[in-house]
Design a protein around this ligand. Structure first.
Ligand SMILES: [Zn+2]
Ligand SMILES: [Zn+2]
Length: 291
């Protein structure tokens, strides 16, 4: 089965797709909905949340993530590697299993995981939905969190993706899209596992969150996880010299285009107070507004 386009057009499309879904989860679900660190014009707000739906339902994801911040790496944290082990933190907690084998199979399931999640995610890990009342008050995000609407929206969005890729690239597109699904899911999962195990901790903190440049690259900026846990209400998570936070650059670009507003970042004094003595510093540009 051959497609309409040559193979070499695939890599840039998949990089762009990684950014689109990554911004949906990292910017839409995480920094905008959960932490209210930035606001977007309504059409972009809805677009970001719809493209981030593979991460879960808006109400369930936000409620659970707020609970994670309130209980990071303590006994109640469902995806703490310290408490539950690496594989439970990576994927097992979605399934409610401590089986490493099941966790690995789920991590490698790619599009099968999407089909499973369409029915599984709205029905599990919803115990902290009460922490996302503000999201539930939004009629669009409340509707997207309901089981039937969520399944239809998620499967519809992924079906469109498959039809376009198979039409344009044929059999090669099928193989690459399967691999893309596996990688894209795991890049996000790694923030909960790797992000609490390996990397630097430049902040005074009681949790295990870590900063790592490679995880930041794979997770569109959320790999600056120690910075994020130190300043969860900030639209920017990278504060060290030379550290690049792609999600924050996206927010800033949108702000310049008039599509985003109310970006919150910590004041220099707050950064200095939380920073470990030995860590290098990188002051914020003077144009940015303290959170
Ligand atoms: Zn965390
Ligand atoms: Zn967070």
């Amino acid at each position: 089965m051959t497609g309409l386009l040559p193979w070499w057009t695939l890599p840039p499309v998949f990089v762009a797709l990684t950014l689109v879904i990554g911004f949906g989860v990292v910017v839409g679900f995480h920094r905008m909905l959960t932490h209210r660190a930035v606001r977007f014009v309504r059409p972009l707000e809805v677009f970001l949340v719809v493209t981030g739906l593979p991460a879960g339902t808006p109400v369930g994801w936000v409620g659970h993530h707020r609970h994670h911040h309130a209980h990071a790496d303590d006994e109640d944290d469902l995806h703490s590697p310290r408490r539950r082990g690496f594989w439970v933190a990576h994927t097992g907690w979605y399934l409610g299993t401590t089986s490493v084998t099941l966790s690995i199979l789920y991590a490698l399931a790619g599009p099968l995981r999407t089909a499973f999640d369409a029915f599984w995610r709205p029905r599990t890990n919803q115990q902290y939905a009460h922490l996302a009342k503000d999201v539930d008050d939004d009629p669009v995000f409340r509707a997207l969190s309901r089981p039937v609407v969520y399944a239809a929206a998620l499967l519809g969005w992924v079906l469109v993706l498959w039809v376009v890729v198979v039409t344009l690239w044929g059999g090669l597109g099928v193989v690459c899209l399967w691999g893309f699904h596996v990688l894209a899911y795991n890049f996000g999962d790694l923030v909960n596992s790797w992000g609490h195990v390996w990397g630097e901790q430049p902040w005074d903190s009681n949790d295990d969150a870590r900063d790592h440049w490679l995880l930041a690259l794979l997770a569109v900026g959320d790999g600056w996880h120690a910075g994020h846990h130190a300043f969860p209400g900030s639209a920017r998570c990278a504060f060290g010299p030379g550290q690049v936070d792609v999600a924050y650059l996206f927010c800033r670009a949108c702000e310049r285009l008039g599509l985003a507003s109310a970006l919150r970042v910590p004041a220099d004094a707050d950064l200095a107070r939380r920073r470990c003595r030995a860590a290098p510093s990188s002051p914020l540009p003077p144009s940015e507004h303290p959170a």
